[in-house]
Design a binder for this molecule. Structure first.
Ligand code: FES
Ligand code: FES
Length: 160
């Protein structure tokens, strides 16, 4: 058995110091050690996007990232993005447009959409689809998700 490694990072603005097995993935660390279960585990092979989180502002697969790789990093999960209010308009648009059904893909979708919208401007539907292409949804057929993201992009642009 490999010896645990001490890691220090920031998760949703809070300093975290923990000891982890070197092979622990970031999503397992978030869910099992920190109790942040909003990040989901689907394929565990980098295909579905259910485990998406932000690492230093960029979306990553939590199942392909090791917790030890996050030493000194800033991690943001769906809980942080939700609590800060940063994605409240996206969450509301997803609800209004029925862009979620079972909700399994939704945390990853929201963080991925937020990363795109944070670039500013109003991306066209193809760009939205392309950006969300790594996040699988088995329920909605994607149309409503693209509608929701597009409407928030337009609304944010209107508000400046
Ligand atoms: S669980 Fe990570 S991409 Fe599917
Ligand atoms: S809402 Fe069920 S997988 Fe997307």
């Amino acid at each position: 058995m490999t010896a645990p490694v001490d890691i220090n990072l920031t998760v949703n603005g809070e300093t975290v110091a923990e000891s982890v097995e070197p092979r622990t993935t970031l999503v397992d660390f978030l869910r099992e050690t920190l109790g942040l279960t909003g990040s989901h585990v689907g394929c565990e092979h980098g295909f579905c996007g259910a485990c998406t989180v932000l690492l230093d502002g960029t979306i990553v697969r939590g199942c392909l990232t090791l917790a030890v790789q996050c030493e000194g990093a800033q991690v943001e999960t769906i809980e942080g993005a939700s609590d800060s209010g940063a994605i409240s308009d996206l969450q509301e648009a997803f609800r209004r447009r029925n862009a979620l059904q079972c909700g399994f893909c939704t945390p990853g979708m929201l963080l991925t959409a937020q990363e795109l919208l944070a670039r500013g401007g109003v991306p066209n539907r193809d760009t939205i689809r392309e950006h969300l292409a790594g996040n699988y949804c088995r329920c909605t057929g994607y149309q409503a998700i693209v509608d929701a993201v597009e409407s928030v992009a337009q609304e944010r642009a209107r508000k400046g």
